[in-house]
Design a protein around this ligand. Structure first.
Ligand SMILES: *Cc1c(COP(=O)(O)O)cnc(C)c1O
Length: 337
């Protein structure tokens, strides 16, 4: 596919219909009151694999010929789950490659879906090398986690549903890592409603897309442990699609600290009773920290996934310290604002 346009996202919507849940967009009443702006949450955490990545994976895998040898991917977890699930439903082999940084709960989840798992190296890049080897030596088709037109188009369908349900959304806050989600969603949002403000949000350490947009080209970042583990990893120095789309369609990118993510996870759980990964709350964290200037509501964000390590989650809800490699996130009990 040479170029990428809104019609690819409309096509993806038809392709994935019936294979992917049309998730609800709900008003977060308590958080809205607390934040002083109407906040809407798109509950992608309700997808069968617990994350939005099913959309892109299903859209990509549905396009493959029936006699394909199988698929492979490298993944921080949710993309691997999505590929495993989509491959299983088409009855094809899936091999998922990932690094040792990935929480055990995610590895177990993928094996349970019937995929083979290869754990290689200490970064996404190491895992990607193994996937490339499987393509060269065993003829598997690589399904990249973000830098692929069919994947981006699948993720973009989230915006179609959100603006169908609530055309009045003024601000869209999108968790940002490799940018497949933000690329598809931002392109669709600007096409449907040019006046909408679309913001990509990452954690402040290892924010590959943010750094790349600033540098004007894909740059490498050091991957470190984060409460938002699904946002880790680079964008690929040879990035073909997601970098340009994020650069062109995001109005801005914002960074939040681990401390801000910690408190936003508590707020989402105690105010709305929603169990979600750290990656989901970066938008809420940015609002709570006052990092969004001249914020106009209704504001909407995507609760991207629920595959959180429950041990870590419980410790955060209890207000305990969390050690992340060389840093400690200081605990504090939630005080309802
Ligand atoms: C993959 C993922 C993201 C980020 O998506 P990108 O397309 O890589 O930017 C955010 N949240 C969760 C839960 C994810 O699995």
């Amino acid at each position: 596919m040479a170029s990428f346009s809104f019609s690819d996202i409309e096509q993806a919507q038809a392709t994935i219909a019936g294979h992917v849940l049309r998730t609800p967009l709900v008003e977060a009443t308590a958080l809205s009151r607390l934040l002083g702006t109407e906040l809407l949450l798109k509950l992608e955490s309700l997808q069968p694999i617990g994350a939005f990545k099913l959309r892109g994976a299903v859209n990509a895998i549905m396009q493959l010929p029936a006699d394909v040898a199988g698929v492979t991917c490298c993944s921080t977890g949710n993309h691997g789950r999505a590929v495993a699930h989509a491959a299983k439903s088409r009855g094809i082999r899936a091999v998922v490659c990932m690094s040792t940084l990935v929480p055990k709960t995610k590895v177990d989840g993928i094996r349970a879906l019937g995929a083979e798992v290869r754990i290689v190296g200490i970064s996404q890049d190491d895992a990607q090398e193994e996937a490339a080897r499987l393509v060269a030596e065993e003829g598997l088709v690589d399904i990249p986690p973000f830098d692929h037109p069919h994947v981006i188009a699948g993720q973009g369908t989230i915006t179609l549903e959100m603006l169908e349900d609530r055309p009045d959304i003024e601000t869209l806050l999108i968790p940002l890592s490799g940018g497949g989600l933000a690329a598809g969603m931002a392109l669709a949002a600007k096409h449907i409603k040019p006046s909408i403000r679309v913001v990509g949000i990452s954690m402040d350490r290892g924010a590959a897309m943010h750094e790349s947009i600033r540098a004007g080209r894909p740059v490498a970042v050091t991957e470190v442990a984060s409460l938002a583990d699904s946002l880790g990893g680079g964008i690929g120095l040879q990035n073909q699609h997601s970098f340009k789309l994020c650069r062109d369609f995001l109005d801005e990118t914002i960074l939040v600290t681990e401390d801000e993510i910690y408190r936003a996870m508590q707020a989402l759980f105690y105010e709305e009773r929603i169990v979600a990964e750290g990656a989901c709350v970066v938008g809420i964290a940015a609002i709570m920290a006052g990092k969004l200037k001249e914020l106009e509501g209704p504001v909407a964000t995507v609760i991207t996934g629920r595959n959180v390590d429950m041990g870590v989650f419980n410790r955060i809800m209890a207000g305990d310290d969390i050690v992340l490699g060389d840093v400690t996130v200081k605990g504090r009990t939630y005080d309802h604002g």
